[in-house]
Design a protein around this ligand. Sequence first.
Ligand SMILES: [Zn+2]
Length: 339
Amino acid sequence: MKLQDKIVLKDFQIENLIFNKNYADAADYLFNSQVNSWELMKKNYDALKNIQTKSFRFEGFKLKVQFNPERIKSTSAEVDEKSVKSRECFLCIENLLEAQKGILLGDNFMLFCNPYPIFPQHFTISSLNHQPQMILESFSELLELAKLLSPRYTLVYNGPACGASAPDHLHFQAGTKNFMPIEDDIHQLKNDVGKVVQQDEFITTTFIDDELRKLIFIESAEQKELEKSFRTIYTTYKKIFEEVVEPMMNIICSYNNDFGWSVIIFLRSKHRPECFYKTDPDRILISPAAIDLGGVVVTPREEDFIRTDKDLLLKIFCEVSVIKKTFSLLAEKVKTELR
Ligand SMILES: [Zn+2]
């Protein structure tokens, strides 16, 4: 028996859902099964229901702040090469937690519940092979997975140098749809401050600078068109930064039966803000990745939750996003390339 077969949750109902390719309901079924049978998960999802949050309204969008102590490990994870090499990979199936069960998504991925949640339902989708976190080769898989899970969940990708806590093992996250404010706000932002660089009957690509974040919004129901545009954006972005490895980005991807895919790409200049590396009392443990930039900012320590305000969010988001000049330059170049 292969190791992965021992982890796959097996019962008549879930097998039936998967047989009918109803992966979103299968994930929901897995979630309920794990919450009911796994003490750690039950404790953390119960705690999440009573967690302190606050929200701030900006020009055309909203940001929530979540005081989430269980995220301390993930927020402060050491992800430099040396630290990563010296630990066991927690996404390889031989190292999963004892109680962890999963479902297979196609031939290459397994979905399992995240016991340290931000979303009301939070999953990790990891490659069955231990291979580096890289988006260019896995973008089509991200689109396909987003479609598979679409009625209930939105997918998230964090680049190896800007938020992924396992840069050595390819993975995505999935979470409850529309939990991140940007999923609602994106259309308003597009209308208010968007700069459309590509538009035809198949695809629309818009650059959006909302004064805190720099993002690219791609809308299309045609997978091939979307992949082509993404490749162009990726290679142009990489050239500007002269990056040897992947240029820094976080992605939020969802699918809708009527309109197709929505892909939001946040462009990054650095992994963590200065204040992250200071010593207390100046230290602020906020380490922005896709979910934070999507509008749910996680603070694992109460003192940071209390002092987070609009000015601090503005400062941190600007600091970790590419600068205006780079963003405009990229918009011009991508516009020319996509013509
Ligand atoms: Zn691994």
